[in-house]
Every structure is written in structure tokens, then in C-alpha cells.
Write a new protein. Structure first.
Length: 216
């Protein structure tokens, strides 16, 4: 038996098989389609959790990629998000900070075990990601501390023209966080109908009212 010939022949066959494998390698689009099909097959509808939750908009698609979106894509995401913001009726930005604190403490909502997906059934889960007051010692650190949020920014009266920019920014951030950061991880409370306009007013008061524990 010619061992040298056999090894060489085996190497040639392996190389040929490799070339054939490369020739039928799926395209990136085909791989994406396969991943999407596997993703969809891994979930089922149950309770208020429906399959439409798997549908991604431009921002979600771009920010799910291993690479950050190109600058022009990020700009488009932010522009579309800002255009989607619904500003408060009558220019009334603030509600009751006490109700805002309840929302900030409430982490419930949007799970399949909840009876309703209506905003009234949801909390803001703010403490899951942020520090807001000194009284609360249990909070997440995924997001920045918001303690003294309004105080540090000099907001004493939301009707003061000098405070208009930060007041509008804060509302826009709560309504659709992608308006200011294309790949923000913050929930888009208003845009996704997680909270209603009144609830967002209460969170605004929690952040900006000088009497709020956030600003003490």
C-alpha cells in the first residue's frame, strides 16, 4: 500500500470538499432569514404577549446588529423618533410627583400573566435602572443616576423660558428615547403605549418638580 499516495489523495479530497462547501455557503441574507425563522419558532402567543412583539422597526433592527448603525442610519432613527413624539396637550408638562413616584416604584406590566396591556396596568420601572431619590436604597445602575435631575439643571419653573429646552428634552426622552440616542435601551413609554400622557406627566413631575424627593 502506498501510504504517501493515500494521504495525498485524502488531502485532495478534503480540499475538494471544502471548496464545494464554500460554494454553497449561505449568503448573509439567507443566514438572517434562517435566524429570523428560528427566532419566530422559539416563541408562541400566550395571554397578552402576542407574536407581533417579534416585529422590529428600523431602530431595533439596526441596533440588534453586532456593529453599531452607520451615522446616517442613526441620524435617521433619531429624526424619525423625534418626529413621533406627541407633545402634551395644552403645553401641560407636569402632573403629580407623588403619582410619579408610585409609577417609578412599580415594575409590573406587559408580561403574559398580566390581564391587560393598557397603560393603566403598567408601571414605569424607573428604579430598575436609575437612582432617583436618597430615600430609595435599592435601584439599578444600567442608566445614570437621576438624583437632583431638575435641581442640577436649574429647573425651578417649567413655564420659565430658560427651562424650556430641558423640559422638552425630558418629555421627548420619556416618550421616545431613541429621539436622542438611536440605540437607547430605555423603554419608549409613549411611543410604544406603555404609559399614557397623564402618567408621563407624573414622571415629569417626579424629575422636575422642586418639591419632588428627586430634587431634595
Amino acid at each position: 500500500m502506498n501510504t504517501t499516495f493515500t494521504l495525498a489523495g485524502g488531502t485532495a479530497l478534503a480540499a475538494a470538499a471544502l471548496l464545494v462547501g464554500c460554494a454553497v455557503m449561505p449568503t448573509p441574507a439567507e443566514l438572517d432569514a434562517q435566524a429570523l425563522a428560528m427566532h419566530q419558532a422559539s416563541f408562541r402567543e400566550q395571554g397578552i404577549a402576542k407574536m407581533d412583539r417579534l416585529a422590529q422597526d428600523l431602530g431595533q433592527q439596526a441596533c440588534s446588529s453586532p456593529q453599531p448603525p452607520a451615522p446616517e442610519v442613526a441620524q435617521r432613527i433619531e429624526a424619525e423618533a423625534l418626529a413621533s413624539v406627541k407633545w402634551p396637550a395644552g403645553g401641560q408638562y407636569l402632573g403629580d410627583w407623588r403619582e410619579g413616584e408610585k409609577l417609578a416604584q412599580n415594575g409590573r406590566g406587559m408580561t403574559w400573566t398580566d390581564a391587560s396591556a393598557a397603560p393603566a396596568a403598567n408601571g414605569g420601572s424607573c428604579y430598575n435602572c436609575h437612582q432617583l431619590s436618597k430615600q430609595e436604597i435599592s435601584f439599578g445602575t444600567i442608566g445614570p443616576s437621576l438624583y437632583n435631575y431638575g435641581k442640577l439643571r436649574g429647573v425651578k419653573n417649567v413655564a420659565d423660558p430658560a427651562s424650556a429646552a430641558i423640559v422638552q428634552y425630558t418629555w421627548g426622552k420619556l416618550w421616545n428615547s431613541k429621539a436622542y440616542a438611536a440605540c437607547s435601551n430605555m423603554p419608549r413609554f409613549g411611543h410604544m403605549k406603555l404609559l399614557d400622557e397623564g402618567q408621563i406627566r407624573h414622571l415629569m413631575a417626579l424629575l422636575l418638580d422642586p418639591a419632588s424627593p428627586v430634587n431634595q
